[in-house]
Design a protein around this ligand. Structure first.
Ligand SMILES: NC(=O)c1ccc[n+]([C@@H]2O[C@H](COP(=O)([O-])OP(=O)(O)OC[C@H]3O[C@@H](n4cnc5c(N)ncnc54)[C@H](O)[C@@H]3O)[C@@H](O)[C@H]2O)c1
Length: 278
């Protein structure tokens, strides 16, 4: 059994995109430090199973199925949490959607919108709803998961870069607007962590470069000054700190957690132009 003691004792935390990957690691970390965590994901069965596994280890978590792109579902989610638990102390906006690797000149309207909807608009919906509850209690901490791509864009994932840059601006704006109420808002920009999300992007980049996945993984590793890929726990520790009382005088900050990697330009070589375009 994992004893839940620590700086988040008795706090109510909501983590989006918590069925797997970084969100699951963040939910576990906060719960291990005493928070009661609501694990939100649109994959209902998967998040329920993940929550059950953490509960079996003695942690206090529960699953909630919601799609962050639905304004109504997000509104109901936070209303339900606030009614059941009396408050929301921590929100971690982690749900995000990677873009299929494609040049801006080839990017469809639909895929652009889909990535912006989940990654930026979903974060806005959750910030708006939780922000209202936190403002009323004059306390709370929001941590938004952006990316190093939000600071330094990589080629062929424009919608994702723009969405993550938007998350940084949203974070800094909300930090100003909620400061008078004692609510803190910060962003974390992870570097590469080998989750399902990254695996998909890597395999697409391998295809476009004509190299094997192992070679790509090694290239990325070598580009990281600290010489290794990140782990979900690397990100979770920073989120835990930013949402804890120890970070009580930190708001509007953007913290890169990337082994020193500032970004990857990944500019592609010149390609033959499609016949059906100017
Ligand atoms: N893995 C990395 O290398 C990396 C690097 C930088 C930033 N990030 C960011 O970290 C976050 C988590 O990444 P990950 O690698 O764990 O991704 P992941 O794809 O493994 O997990 C994302 C989770 O979000 C959920 N989700 C997606 N759309 C949703 C929606 N509309 N409503 C509710 N839940 C939804 C998915 O079901 C999934 O469980 C994302 O915002 C991602 O952009 C990841």
């Amino acid at each position: 059994m994992t004893a839940a003691v620590g700086e988040h004792q008795g706090q109510i935390a909501v983590v989006t995109g918590a069925a797997q990957g970084l969100g699951l690691g963040i939910a576990q970390h906060l719960a291990q430090r005493g928070a009661e965590v609501v694990m939100v994901d649109r994959q209902g069965e998967k998040v329920t199973a993940a929550a059950a596994e953490l509960t079996d280890t003695g942690l206090t978590v529960r699953a909630a199925c919601a799609d962050v792109t639905s304004s109504d579902q997000v509104h109901e989610l936070f209303r339900d949490v606030a009614q059941q638990d009396g408050r929301i102390d921590i929100l971690v906006n982690n749900a995000g959607l990677g873009q299929d690797v494609a040049a801006i000149t080839e990017l469809s309207d639909q895929h652009w919108q889909q990535v912006i909807d989940v990654t930026l608009t979903g974060t806005f919906f959750c910030c708006r709803s939780a922000g209202r509850w936190m403002r009323r209690r004059e306390s709370g901490a929001i941590v938004n998961i952006s990316s190093i791509n939000g600071i330094n864009p990589a080629a062929l994932v424009a919608a994702y870069n723009v969405a993550k840059a938007g998350v940084i601006s949203l974070t800094r704006t909300l930090a100003l607007e909620l400061a008078a109420y004692g609510v803190r808002v910060n962003a974390v920009c992870p570097g590469p962590v080998y989750t399902d999300f990254n695996r998909r992007v890597m395999s697409q980049r391998c295809e476009s470069l004509g190299i094997e996945e192992d070679e790509m993984i090694e290239r990325v590793r070598q580009a990281i000054p600290l010489g290794r890929w990140g782990q979900p726990s690397d990100i979770a520790h920073t989120v835990g700190f930013l949402s804890s009382p120890a970070a009580g005088w930190i708001t509007g900050e953007v913290v890169r957690v990337s082994g020193g990697l500032e970004g990857v330009s990944a500019a592609p070589p010149k390609q033959p132009l499609p016949e059906d375009q100017p």
